[in-house]
Design a protein around this ligand. Structure first.
Ligand code: NCD
Ligand code: ZN
Length: 375
């Protein structure tokens, strides 16, 4: 039985006085959102987190960085089964819940198996991770150029490539890793295979936004935490392991460029939460695992950003229609309403898995200002 939406309100959340600036609308009605980048994990963690995604998002582009990663139709079908089992009985959006299985870019992929699985719906896209860049990326590649043959096949069959865009060259500064990867690796690949559709995942810098503008074959996902926080929040007033993720949250100017892109209505940009749960035992220690768990309140965080920038009229494009067009899915039938009002109940600040692991929920501050209802 999935212990979905478990969570203990150990601390009362008293942020509601900090209302957004500007002409804050009281009620926003949007189509059911999709989440184009999420880590649902496996086992007890999957059981604990899947309900948070399913109650807010119709489609979930589920990342394949399990141990071992998803690189075959057998592994993909088995993982889809485990997700479906974990999600049985959880509250979903009025459009239901549709997990999409992603394959992990690896020399182990057999292209015939991939193309067949794509036709069968168990290989929606392929995700490239640079080895060592982020959580469970040990099996990743040492360069995009090593996979050109695979990418040719993907382009031919309309299989989209998702890219974790971070250079792991040791001389590149951590805050410049995205730009270095895009310039060194993705630009040449785009020139070599212009028919390959690419999503730059969790774009985090102004340079990344410019790159997407300049490369029509590329789209990008943007996360709630990269829209709502900057590296000062991560580092300036005591190190915050709960905000540590890859790519690292960058400068205020970078955040502003992300907000400008997300709120512009530009169809190249859509929401991918990159919700990535880690137990506090892996977050609070001498080294913290990268990942922010935002499935619970990520939508409220995004709505809050759009409201503060007087851009709620663009929220539907960012959380729904842009992604539908990028991934070729029908618009949802259902609607979701966000009401801007102080939440009168104590919000859960963390969840506890069946085995007793705690995971901190990102966005309680924003969530205290919004109520969300599926209609
Ligand atoms: C992700 C994770 O924990 O799986 N972490 C993260 O910081 N975003 C991996 C990833 O998407 O990079
Ligand atoms: Zn991710």
């Amino acid at each position: 039985m999935a212990p979905h939406l478990t969570g203990t309100a150990t601390a009362s959340v008293a942020y509601a006085a900090a209302m957004p600036q500007g002409s804050t609308p009281q009620r926003i009605e949007i189509p059911t959102p999709d989440d184009w980048h999420v880590h649902l994990r496996d086992g007890e963690m999957l059981d604990a987190v899947v309900g948070y995604t399913a109650r807010r998002f119709r489609t979930a582009m589920v990342m394949p960085n399990l141990v071992p990663p998803i690189t075959s139709s057998a592994a993909a079908a088995a993982y889809l089964d485990r997700i479906t089992t974990a999600a049985a009985g959880v509250e979903t959006t009025t459009d239901g819940f549709d997990p999409w299985i992603v394959w992990y870019c690896s020399p182990d992929i057999d292209t015939t198996d991939l193309v067949e699985a794509h036709g069968a719906g168990t290989a929606r896209t392929v995700k490239y991770y640079p080895a060592g860049a982020t959580t469970n990326s040990e099996a990743g590649g040492t360069g995009l150029s090593a996979f050109v043959d695979l990418f040719e096949v993907m382009a031919e069959h309309g299989i989209r490539l998702l890219v974790h865009a971070e250079s792991t060259r040791p001389e590149v500064d951590i805050f410049d890793r995205e730009e270095a990867f895009l310039v060194d690796e993705l630009a040449p690949l785009c020139a070599q295979i212009p028919e390959l559709a690419v999503t730059v995942e969790h774009v985090s810098t102004a340079a990344g936004i410019s790159f997407v503008h300049d490369h029509p074959q590329c789209a990008a996902t943007i996360t709630p935490h990269h829209l709502a926080r900057d590296r000062g929040d991560l580092l300036a007033s005591g190190l915050k392991p709960d905000l540590y993720c890859k790519p690292v949250i960058n400068s205020p100017a970078d955040r502003d460029a992300l907000v400008a892109a997300a709120t512009s209505g530009d169809p190249a940009f859509c929401l991918g939460t990159d919700s990535a749960p880690h137990p506090t035992s892996a977050k609070y220690g001498p080294t913290a695992k990268a990942g922010v768990f935002n499935a619970a309140y990520g939508l409220e965080v995004v709505a809050d950003v759009f409201a503060r920038h007087d851009a709620v009229d663009q929220l539907a494009a960012f959380v729904s229609s842009n992604g539908c067009a990028i991934y070729g899915v029908e618009p949802p039938m259902g609607r979701l309403v966000l009401e801007h009002e102080a939440v009168d109940v104590e919000l859960a600040t963390h969840l506890t898995t069946a085995t007793g692991d705690d995971v901190v929920l990102f966005g309680t501050e924003e969530a205290s200002r919004w109520t969300v209802t599926n209609v």
